[in-house]
Design a protein. Structure first.
Ligand SMILES: Cc1cc2nc3c(=O)[nH]c(=O)nc-3n(C[C@H](O)[C@H](O)[C@H](O)COP(=O)(O)OP(=O)(O)OC[C@H]3O[C@@H](n4cnc5c(N)ncnc54)[C@H](O)[C@@H]3O)c2cc1C
Ligand SMILES: Cc1cc2nc3c(=O)[nH]c(=O)nc-3n(C[C@H](O)[C@H](O)[C@H](O)COP(=O)(O)OP(=O)(O)OC[C@H]3O[C@@H](n4cnc5c(N)ncnc54)[C@H](O)[C@@H]3O)c2cc1C
Ligand SMILES: Cc1cc2nc3c(=O)[nH]c(=O)nc-3n(C[C@H](O)[C@H](O)[C@H](O)COP(=O)(O)O)c2cc1C
Ligand SMILES: Cc1cc2nc3c(=O)[nH]c(=O)nc-3n(C[C@H](O)[C@H](O)[C@H](O)COP(=O)(O)O)c2cc1C
Ligand code: FES
Ligand code: FES
Lengths: 314, 258, 314, 258
């Protein structure tokens, strides 16, 4: 695709109170806290920087190895290692603020209280534009069942965080499980945006040594392999008409991969694994998406949202 | 400074056994790489599979040319050495820590197999005085796995070991180390993890400073993903940011070898 | 891997009352009713022929297109087209019986009654060695929720079929959703074997035409992309120690892919997508698996079951 | 009988534009293929991606050699024409129905673009009498997309159309058809679906028997997966088993064109 300089496409998107200059963001855990990449990537060109997940106190990661490459995908078991939300606010946020970019901060916990502490801290922090809750974490008070696998548990958690912040609150869901029911519960509880979704539980074993490839035994699958699973999740949640913008995440490598999410009903997208191998991936993908808009003769990227042609449409 | 750029394959030469020499051009950014530093390589042709770039030590540089010494062990390396001249490769580099600048006094270099790569760059970058003070112990399974022996021997003292005795001394690099440690100022090593652990122990027992160049599976190669953590005595170390070259004493060898 | 002719490995596996000569079977829907391939594949060499899914009455398929190729995977929306269980018993089963192979018949329905009718018919049919229930079907009497997504619904369905047959009853589960809970419910209700698992819901959209790639809009993802997801499912169900043999299904292409399932806890495997592109895939994979056994110095393939080395094992 | 075997790439020649000629050897099983039949091709190098074999009409055979005329439209075809001589390709074939054996009387062959492939084999397999009775209408977008014109013209009467008028008559194949239908015994066609639908309608109006060679996405190519169904007037038709060559009247054109 060639990009004609004379064509203008409005690439801006509005995510319930947060306007982005373009719909292509980094994905949590694949771009650190943004500041590490300031010399490699023009942060102002990103739709938003989405940070690595934060917990109330620093958290150690899983034992090595933490990465295994699957077929057209990557399995990771980093273990949500992070220096804690306070460290982030003191050390990284001031630097990030000095760049003209939107900042979405991803957070998680092991208990409802953990989540609320993070939400309150980030609510008070200057320079945080939106809060993204990672719901794919085990609830230690509910026998380790993931918050995001159970609609009522997810709803309670979102409601608690909703009370703790008046900033835009995004809920990042699992791609597997009762996705529409969980999505509805989150929206009913006050989520402003739904992100679909996280990695898919996966495992690989080395047949020679008979050991799991990852120190944590299992991990999460990301990359091209999960793209069609994530597109389908966005599509079915979009059809449920919950009235909030959706963010598509999973296996985006090209502008056309991103376009599939928009056509399925997403307002914006996040790019994870591809950012790991190509720091500037978001910017290239944004450019390819703009070229696609020109080719499709749409003057605003928002016109693509949910514009998948179904039966009977011309 | 780390850069992300695309380079062009100039040649791929089969050296011997499963070893290949990959030469890239348009690599100005790597020209001043320090010994031990590496680059993440990913041919554009990979598209959806393999997904991740692969790390390789910078073996030689010359102007905008860089050579990598590559051992084929799986689908990434297999595919990399089948690249044609002219193919584009995404490169991130130079990344990571380097071997310490030589102090005065004798240096023992210990290379196992393709671990020769960063040691080779150390020898290239060293001046005559440093080379005169250095001894390379270079080990391989068998004679066919040894590469660039002539070139190396012209520049530093070389002791070769092979496990099957088909060339040099029969045995392991560590068998030859002890006698050289007396009066030695520094041990620098790269090779299989088990070998480096042994080298580190011997150096420690002789109270000689030792630096090792570790390996780990990597995704980003730049301290972002936290994927390349290995156990250190004071908590996990990121091989791509804290390493690959680390003081041997910083590594929790017991855990690493599990 | 070289196969040494002088080495003998016992490739037989026992699946609760059904002994297979080797653990590599075809997967439902990717080998028709077996008879179509009799000139291309030596049916006696297969662990078992697993048939395309059958319903009580003939069923039409979905509208075209029905196949789209994703990254390292295939999305299909065949729509369970089949000529009905009676036609199978009259036309195909007699032919199949004339070959020395085990026959596992896959079936499904839209209501509990549908399943029971199939189970009863197959129970009475000569030459059916085991019945495989496909639980990934919407229950039209429960608002279209899949039988296999809800543990209690799955349990009731298995119990009903259990009453209808004394032959080995296999339950084929979804890889997504509450897999351990559903597995437990099926075993409690009398399933003899658990198969993990079916395709993963997925979707692709053609960005140029903005149309879904499949006539049915969404479909099921199979092939290498889902292999690590399926291995993880087998692993977690194996760890739940439900006391029944497991069958691993998903993205098997080589003997080592199959070995991963056995190490994770499966007793046998099924090969789907690869059989579509290589009719003899099962036989090659069996041979590679035998070579792997020799390399691993095991004298019986059963020794690999659950033999994944976890922390602390030597 | 359908066979599954592995063949060897002998040559890949760029013909013009996005058209290539792939020649395989070790294809005894395809030697007696009938015009319209096809083969599923999958290079061994594909491993995990692309997953599925791709269907291609048998264009020419000679001993154990078979030629395929391939238009690159996506990643499968792109990769196929980049195969090197000596590469192994899994082949399933010959598959599917063939054009009917020529009845006496004039035959009109209508080929659009790469739809020439099965028509080419019909011409090869026809005897002199049949060829003398046949007229080929061969259409393309532009002159550069036309291939093997000289060879074809030596054997049958050829009418060429191009959409841009850069060669032959300007327009569509269907513009040239009507005048030839008078007294015509049979129309055989392969090309874009929309073109074939038009051809079928014109033949129907003239009450001339017409056979079309359909396309569909395929997984197994042998009637197993039910993936290649297209709407027929009496229920779905499997392109790989009931087709690809079908009497035009069996196809539900309205549904096919949705
Ligand atoms: C800092 C650093 C520098 C490196 N420098 C070089 C170099 O100069 N030359 C060079 O040839 N290699 C070097 N490596 C190793 C190289 O990165 C790996 O061999 C490569 O990534 C393997 O990719 P693959 O796709 O071929 O193997 P995969 O298909 O991913 O793996 C194939 C099999 O090999 C095993 N394997 C994978 N990597 C290794 C490994 N490193 N050692 C042993 N077994 C492995 C896997 O467990 C697997 O079973 C370096 C690694 C690091 C971290
Ligand atoms: C019976 C039969 C015989 C055939 N004979 C020939 C032949 O002799 N020569 C030849 O070149 N091709 C032939 N084809 C078509 C060929 O099989 C496809 O072009 C090929 O499978 C496309 O694979 P790909 O991976 O390159 O495209 P993909 O990457 O799978 O698709 C790329 C894009 O092209 C579109 N596309 C895919 N297939 C087609 C198609 N058939 N027509 C139009 N657009 C398509 C897709 O929708 C997609 O948008 C035949 C098809 C059939 C069913
Ligand atoms: C190395 C790595 C670390 C990740 N860390 C987080 C995290 O901390 N919080 C989170 O919500 N998602 C995390 N994710 C998930 C990604 O944000 C994203 O949802 C997923 O990778 C799918 O997108 P992709 O296919 O584009 O990578 C991580 C993913 C990877 C690969
Ligand atoms: C074309 C096709 C048709 C299928 N039909 C059925 C079916 O009728 N019943 C069923 O239980 N599974 C069906 N499946 C699922 C497979 O049996 C198998 O569970 C799945 O494809 C995963 O295995 P694989 O990755 O090896 O293909 C079908 C799969 C494909 C690709
Ligand atoms: S490889 Fe990503 S942090 Fe080291
Ligand atoms: S391609 Fe499988 S039935 Fe036609």
């Amino acid at each position: 695709m060639e990009i004609r300089a004379d064509s203008t496409v409005d690439m801006g998107v509005d995510l319930t109170g947060l306007a982005l200059a373009n719909p292509v963001m980094t994905a949590s855990g694949t771009f650190g806290y943004g500041v590490e990449s300031k010399d490699l990537v023009d942060l102002a060109e990103l739709g938003a920087v989405v940070t690595k997940g934060l917990s109330p106190v620093p958290k150690e990661g899983n034992r090595a190895p933490r990465i295994w490459e699957a077929q057209a995908g990557v399995i990771n078991s980093i273990g949500l290692e992070n220096p804690g939300v306070d460290y982030f606010c003191e050390e990284y946020l001031p630097v990030l603020r000095s760049y003209d970019t939107r900042v979405v901060v991803n957070f998680f916990g092991q208990t409802e209280q953990d989540y609320v502490v993070c939400a309150a801290t980030l609510d008070a922090a200057d320079g945080v534009d939106a809060l993204e809750m990672n719901l794919s974490c085990p609830n230690v008070q509910a026998g380790g069942l993931q918050f995001g696998q159970d609609p009522s548990m997810a709803g309670r958690l979102v409601a608690a965080c909703r009370r703790a912040t008046s900033k835009p609150l995004w809920a990042k869901l699992s791609l597997v499980g009762p996705v529409v029911e969980v999505a509805r519960a989150c929206v009913d509880a006050g989520a402003d945006v739904l992100c679909l979704g996280n990695t898919i539980p996966a495992m690989a074993i080395d047949p020679r040594t008979r050991r799991p490839r990852l120190g944590a035994l299992t991990g999460g699958l990301s990359g091209p392999a999960i793209h069609p699973v994530a597109v389908r999740a966005v599509f079915v949640v979009h059809r449920a008409e919950l009235g909030v913008p959706l963010v598509g995440i999973g296996g985006i490598r090209t502008g056309l991969d991103a376009a599939e999410f928009l056509l399925a009903g997403a307002s914006a997208v996040q790019v994870g694994t591809q950012t790991l191998v190509e720091p500037n991936a978001c910017i290239r993908i944004r450019d390819e998406l703009r070229a696609y808009c020109i080719e499709q003769k749409v003057t605003s990227v928002g016109q693509l949202r949910g514009a998948c042609r179904l039966d009977g449409d011309a | 400074m780390v850069e992300f750029f695309d380079a062009t394959v100039e040649t791929v030469e089969h050296v011997t056994g499963d070893l290949y020499l990959l030469r890239l051009r348009d690599c100005e950014a790597l020209a001043s790489s320090q010994p031990g530093q590496f680059a993440m390589l990913r041919p554009r042709s990979w598209q959806v599979d393999p997904v991740l770039a692969r790390p390789f030590s910078i073996f030689r540089t010359s102007g905008d040319r860089v050579d990598f010494l590559i051992r084929t062990v799986g689908r990434g390396t297999d595919s990399l050495v089948r690249c044609n001249a002219g193919e584009r490769i995404d490169v991130l580099g130079p990344v990571g820590t380097a071997f310490p600048s030589p102090s005065h006094g004798p240096t023992v270099l210990v290379a196992g197999g393709v671990g020769l790569a960063p040691i080779g760059l150390w020898i290239d970058r060293a001046d005559d005085g440093m080379r005169a003070d250095a001894t390379l112990i270079y080990g391989a399974r068998t004679a066919d796995d040894l590469v660039f022996l002539d070139e190396l021997s012209q520049r530093v003292a070389v002791v070769v070991t092979t496990e099957d005795g088909s060339f040099g001394r029969k045995g392991l690099v560590t068998d030859e180390m002890v006698s050289l440690l007396d009066g030695c100022a520094e041990v620098l090593t790269c090779g299989p993890t088990r070998m480096m652990a042994h080298v580190a122990r011997l150096a420690g027992e002789a109270r000689v400073s030792c630096h090792v160049s570790l390996e780990a599976r990597m995704a980003c190669g730049r301290g972002i993903c936290l994927g390349c953590a290995v156990p250190g005595v004071a908590g996990p170390l990121l091989v791509c940011r804290d390493g690959p070259v680390l003081p041997a004493g910083h590594v929790d060898w017991e855990q690493v070898l599990v």
